[in-house]
Write a protein that binds this ligand. Structure first.
Ligand code: GLN
Length: 193
């Protein structure tokens, strides 16, 4: 069986740990910087980082439109933290010139978990990952304030959705690539195969 080709959008942010996680799971993981790179992959990951900068770089790289088109045409995508913000339908507390791709019907508030909890860890029960809790690392994480009726919520922290899925789009507000639990990436790869 040939390995699935999965691209990590490598404009800014934490790309390497995602590449390593995908590689460890047997995928052919590569960096995407141009529309040509995107054309060669079957699925994509939007990593954490800074969504304002990534929004700007999506435009300057020419990736915004082809990426949007691939996702609405069914390409599986995983967005983590800033990646979740970029995929969301609506962003609160964003910078005025920041634009999201609007491919999953959620409203997120940037840095919504608040100052006191700039970063924290939590043990999550994630639907579909079996009974073992997933140790999740949150760093200036967005808060999902609304999830549309076609959005499945797979995990919550204090009632707040932190893993959501709609069709082949999966988003999480934490960093599943930090740490050695690869189950969330594995679930994502299942949706590609
Ligand atoms: N707060 C960041 C943003 O708005 C996201 C933080 C992260 O990806 N760890 O883009």
């Amino acid at each position: 069986m040939t390995a699935v080709k999965v691209g990590v959008i490598a404009l800014q942010g934490a790309t390497r740990p995602h590449l390593e996680a995908l590689h460890a799971l047997g995928a052919h993981a590569l960096e995407i910087r141009t529309p040509e790179d995107l054309a060669g992959v079957e699925a994509a990951v939007l990593p954490g980082g800074e969504s304002t900068t990534m929004s700007f770089l999506l435009d300057s790289s020419g990736l915004r439109e082809p990426l949007h088109d691939r996702i609405v045409n069914g390409m599986p995508v995983l967005g983590t933290c800033a990646g979740m913000i970029l995929l969301a339908d609506k962003v609160l507390d964003g910078r005025d010139d920041q634009r999201s791709l609007g491919v999953i019907d959620i409203t997120v508030r940037r840095n919504g978990f608040g100052r006191q909890r700039e970063s924290f860890e939590a043990d999550l029960l994630v639907e579909g990952l079996g009974g073992e809790p997933f140790r999740a690392v949150f760093i200036r994480a967005p808060v999902v304030e609304r999830a549309g009726s076609d959005v499945e919520v797979l995990a919550r922290v204090e009632g707040i959705p932190v893993v959501c899925r709609s069709g082949k789009t999966t988003v999480c507000s934490f960093h599943p690539e930090l740490g050695d639990d690869l189950r969330l990436h594995a679930m994502f790869l299942e949706s590609v195969r």
